[in-house]
Write a protein that binds this ligand. Structure first.
Ligand code: NAD
Length: 505
């Protein structure tokens, strides 16, 4: 493994004392009534970096009650968009001012590289600013063509109390894809971060209070999916659940929310293909493939975990990808050059390795990696950049979300075959196509079942562009104007002008 680019432990000083994340309920920071806590150790360094209050039903119910009261009794929902935008803009400025602190905590809890964490924080504050612009420009519609005695108004109103349930892989970015849009719409919220990454969401609570958000508009409850997330999906005073996480839990939330017919929006897993045609710029494609699979150690819903390569170039492209993979600096997340950090937990590392070993046993070839690795000065979990060639569509590694730095290589001969392979997974989050021919790109983009399609690029994203999945990758959209619409109800108002209504009796 010496031919990989390894970054051993930097020996950088870790925070002297763990950060303590408390619940935020009705504007008051508090621990759980029973004093229960969870502890989080840095996956790379195995040192406790945070503790968090572990909430139960009592804390969850109190938080929902606070959000309900704030929705009903304050003018957050009904006041001018300008007031909401002012808070969101101030919050974005405060995030920028705390970017180093946020990025460090995100890195310590999740294992992601510090330089990437900094970029995510900057991306997050941009989302708060974009949502602020929507708060001032959101509007309904009118129908002036229903006759001179009728005016139709379409009003957009906030949905109400929203449960915001988030995963561990992009804790601050994902809450920022949801919460500012919900707030811009005039909703109030209860946020549940992952039990593995509680701290930056708590810091966000501190920021929102400093930005002037009224008490109770945003509440935060820490704890496990069951009971906190489960209660947030069934509570009768919750009007909507916005969830990002695994497809398995997403399905459970839909079932749980059915009892009260809550609106549910879901951002779930992916098994995202990049299709490469022989006329593509193969240097660009190889770089994007390496980025697509190793970004966030593959623990990314948008991970480009399958490449579907034209058979004529498959061997050459695989060699190129393997050579480039060896150059990707991976190791201590606190080193500024590191591009691939630690895996979130030993259990997850074992799951990743299980997929690799099963593929090998079914006849696939490990062209690179396929190993857990110990790095000098770092006791934590690391999985080598891994490329598996000769994968066939029936193998679990071609169908399931591995959520690790493991690339599967499949081959095709015709566009139809490439589309059929791309669409063969149950997921439909994102897809990419590489070709110099714009007609090929467009034909693929039109036929592939995915919420986002990249042509000759991978994983570009903008606050303006909606994001979400088809099939088992989710329902609803985040970002863009659609991201705001998710948090709005539509009300039709029909106004008769004068006494022109014909009597029924
Ligand atoms: P997860 O589904 O295990 O947990 C997500 C959140 O749900 C956590 O806060 C967890 O505590 C909570 N939860 C668990 N059980 C629950 C229940 N019964 N009811 C309510 N809440 C419950 O996911 P994870 O392991 O934290 O994150 C990884 C997954 O997230 C991957 O599948 C990944 O693809 C997906 N993801 C999707 C996107 C996207 O935008 N599509 C983005 C990032 C991550």
């Amino acid at each position: 493994m010496t031919d990989l680019t390894l970054i051993p432990g930097t020996g950088a000083a870790l925070p002297a004392r763990p950060y303590h994340a408390r619940h935020l309920i009705g504007g008051v920071w508090q621990d759980s009534a029973d004093g229960a806590v969870t502890e989080r150790a840095s996956p790379a360094h195995k040192v406790t970096v945070s503790t968090a209050a572990r909430g139960g039903l009592a804390e969850t119910d109190a938080a929902v009650a606070a959000a309900h009261a704030a929705f009903r009794d304050t003018d957050w929902a009904t006041g001018p968009g300008k007031a909401r935008a002012t808070v969101l803009l101030k919050a974005a400025d405060l995030m920028d001012a705390r970017i180093e602190e946020l990025a460090l905590m995100e890195t310590l809890e999740s294992g992601k590289p510090i330089s990437q964490a900094r970029a995510e924080m900057a991306g997050a504050s941009d989302l708060w600013r974009y949502a602020a612009s929507l708060a001032r420009t959101v509007h309904g519609d009118s129908h002036n063509s229903l006759g001179s005695d009728m005016l139709g108004l379409i009003l957009k109103e906030p949905v109400g109390v929203v449960s915001v349930i988030c995963p561990w892989n992009f804790p601050f970015l994902i809450v920022s894809q949801k919460l500012p849009f919900a707030l811009a719409a005039g909703c109030t919220a209860v946020v549940k971060p992952s039990e593995l990454t509680p701290s930056t969401t708590t810091m966000l609570g501190e920021i929102l209070i400093e930005a002037g958000l009224p008490a109770g508009v945003v509440n935060i409850v820490h704890g496990y999916g069951d009971p906190v997330g489960a209660r947030l999906s069934t509570h009768p005073e919750v009007d909507m659940v916005t969830f990002t996480g695994s497809t398995a839990v997403g399905k459970r939330i839909v079932e749980a929310a059915a009892g009260t017919l809550k609106k549910v929006s879901l951002e779930l897993g992916g098994k995202n293909p990049q299709v490469v045609f022989p006329d593509a710029d193969l240097d660009e494609a190889a770089d994007a493939i390496v980025f697509g699979i190793y970004f966030n150690a593959g623990e990314c819903c948008n991970s480009g975990s399958r490449i579907i390569v034209h058979a004529d170039i498959a061997e050459a492209l695989t060699e190129r990808v393997v050579a480039l993979s060896r150059k990707v600096p991976f190791g201590d997340p606190l080193h500024p050059d590191t591009k691939v950090g630690a895996i979130i937990s030993p259990e997850h590392q074992a799951k990743i390795d299980g997929y690799v070993k099963a593929a090998q046993a079914s006849g696939a070839r490990v062209a690179l990696g396929g190993e857990t690795l110990r790095l000098d000065g770092l006791p934590g979990e690391f999985y080598t950049p891994t490329v598996i060639a000769g994968v066939t569509p029936d193998m679990p590694i071609a169908q399931d979300e591995v959520f690790g730095p493991v690339l599967s290589v499949l081959t095709f001969r015709t566009l139809d075959e490439a589309v059929s392979l791309a669409n063969s997974a149950s997921y439909g989050l994102s897809a990419g196509v590489w070709s110099a021919d714009v007609s090929t790109c467009l034909a693929f983009a039109r036929q592939v079942e995915a919420g986002t399609v990249w042509t000759n690029t991978w994983m570009d994203g903008y606050a303006e562009m909606p994001f979400g999945g088809m099939k088992e990758s989710g329902q609803g959209r985040e970002l863009g104007r659609y991201g705001l619409e998710e948090f709005l109800e539509v009300k039709s108002v029909l106004m008769r002008i004068g006494k022109t209504r014909s009597r029924w009796v």
